[in-house]
Design a protein around this ligand. Structure first.
Ligand code: MN
Ligand code: MN
Length: 306
């Protein structure tokens, strides 16, 4: 991946603050992007695909060089679709589960190798049973005392943006070259609500990619309008009870009729800080070299160490 990405990301962070203490990387975002961006024809000496491995290490290096954090943590999806979320909302990620596309066959064996590689490079891998990387990132972000960069292609993590606490989201689009650094102003400009209202916005507006239904007939603009007037989902539902303008009688009926599922959805969408800590993970150059030889990413390792 060419150098300009590094300077482009670095510039946005440089404009914000010179020192980032902690960079929380949603590992799944990075290995999926890598898997789709790097040709599937790339294999190791044993003929096993290693495109996600190579792309992951290169992507992580670009992020490291651009953001220059004291610490990088790989936040891991130990469960990408926790049962407790499905129990609250059966449609949660149901479509993706049915398609079985969550871990493509060629990617699946590369994922545990990527975890081993992270640890060998001195990057702690943090996950928790029945929790998504989203919830791991939330826990570590809320605990941090200094500036945090959250790196993800998952918009749910918009909830973590907080100017006063020094937390920003480096949102990765389809490739690492397509990135956006979200602060509170940009969250507001993009969604029409602040980061703390993002979960309620998603509940009301819906999020088809995650199987979040939303309130029938209420789109992003209307949802943002209601949240700006009434503060949060509970405020909107309370106002709906009296059809307080700008909530029309028809929309009030919809909101009241669906209040139960909306409240359940809110629990699903809201990040739930996992119980985690960051394990001490000293870099193990010999292990990294051995993994590089075994899985054929020596040049990516050289670039990492350069
Ligand atoms: Mn996620
Ligand atoms: Mn998510």
């Amino acid at each position: 991946m060419p150098k300009p990405y590094v300077s482009a990301i670095a510039e946005q962070f440089g404009n914000w603050q010179n020192h980032i203490m902690l960079m929380l990387v949603d590992a799944a975002t990075l290995y999926y992007r890598a898997f789709h961006a790097v040709p599937a024809s790339l294999v190791d000496a044993a003929g096993r695909p290693n495109n996600a491995i190579r792309g992951f290490v290169d992507g992580l290096r670009i992020l490291r060089d651009a953001v220059r954090p004291d610490t990088i943590v790989a936040c891991w999806d130990e469960d990408w679709r926790p049962q407790w979320r499905v129990d609250l909302l059966p449609s949660y990620k149901a479509q993706r589960a049915a398609q079985g596309d969550e871990t493509p066959e060629a990617l699946a064996p590369q994922v545990p190798v990527i975890a081993d590689i992270c640890r060998a490079l001195g990057i702690p891998v943090v996950g928790a049973p029945a929790m998504e990387a989203d919830d791991v990132a939330a826990a570590l972000a809320f605990e941090a005392r200094e500036a945090v960069a959250v790196v993800s292609g998952d918009r749910d993590l918009t909830q973590l943006v907080d100017d006063a606490a020094g937390r920003r989201l480096l949102y990765l689009g389809t490739g690492i070259g397509k990135h956006t650094v979200y602060d509170e102003a940009l969250v507001r400009a993009t969604y029409g609500v602040g980061p703390q209202q993002y979960a309620d916005l998603a509940c009301l507006r819906g999020d088809p990619s995650d199987g979040i239904p939303g309130a029938t007939g209420i789109g992003a603009k209307t949802a943002a309008l209601y949240l700006n007037v009434f503060g949060d989902l509970e405020g909107v539902l309370a106002a709906a009870a009296h059809a307080t303008p700008p909530i029309s009688k028809a929309k009030a009926e919809v909101l009241l009729g669906q209040s139960e599922v909306l409240r359940a959805t809110q629990q699903v969408v809201t990040l739930r800080p996992a119980s985690v800590s960051i394990p001490s993970t000293p870099a193990q150059p010999d292990t990294a070299a051995a993994l590089a030889a075994e899985f054929g990413w020596q040049s990516a390792l050289q670039r990492w160490q350069a």
